[in-house]
Design a protein around this ligand. Sequence first.
Ligand code: PHE
Length: 340
Amino acid sequence: MTLAEFLNQLDELASSAQQQLEQAADLDALESARVEFIGTKSGRLKATQKLLGKIEKTDKPAAGKRFNEVKTQIQAAYEQQQQQQMANASGGGTGGEQFDPTVPGPRPRLGHLHPITQTIEELKDIMGRLGFSLADGPEIEDEWHNFEALNIPLSHPARDPLDNFYLRVGEKTYDQALLMRSQTSTVQIRVMENTRPPVRIISLGRVYRPDTPDATHLPMFHQIEGLLVDRQVTMADLKSVLRLFASSYLGADVHVRFRPSFFPFTEPSVEVDMRWNDKWIEMGGAGMVDPAVLKAVGYDPDEVTGFAFGLGIERLCARRHGIDDIREIYKNDVRFLHQF
Ligand code: PHE
């Protein structure tokens, strides 16, 4: 064999070894490449070494020198590939970090009920313990239940189209119009129309008013309505129930204030305020059911009296949790919601 043939064969061996080592996809492939080229028994490097014996004596030093270079080169390429494959296999990427199976995995964040739903459940619970059962009514109402039966005649400013979300005006005559209910007092009428006294109910749900949203107003919010009708119910009963309700939900140190006010369906009427951040915040209204309302549903005002109240659920929830702006409640920002 001539020196040139030998050197040619070496070059070819070097380049195919380089290629196969680089292309080895995993440690197993790398190992078979190692056996094929550097294996001490039947590796191709070993076989080529044997050819050295067939080289002319004068050419031997040159052939041996080149052989050693190729051998070192293949060995180095193998070691480099091996290190890289081990780093990849441990999942650490370039940094070569080790996978630690004892590190706790990321916890999935569990969903939960919306703060208003939680508030509603708690308020039902408190009033349930005071003996009030649950009543319900539709969010789309007629004018009889939203106004007429509540002693709010057609001429009353509360019926102004600009202050209500009317539906189907024009299709029907004005006094038959439907609207999104502006208060849960509608449910008082629906219950009294269908039951004889005594009555002791609460109703919780959405109400709608074309208000400009601000820290304490929203065009859609929730109210809790309470109604108790029986013989000899007095204003003292109303005040003690509302105080008990407030201290059960907000804590014994809550301050409650009743301010003289006016509602067409209660007489006398009060505004219910609660103390919050050194300010009095209006939570809703209350009063003794007006005899005109009792008559409208067929009750005898000489036989029974009653009290009613309607409070804003968003404000109660905000006061309880120290939320300064009730608009936050409906932004659906999980960073806010997951705190409750
Ligand atoms: N319905 C009244 C409102 O929405 C509140 C209220 C309810 C007042 C019951 C008196 C009695 O403002």
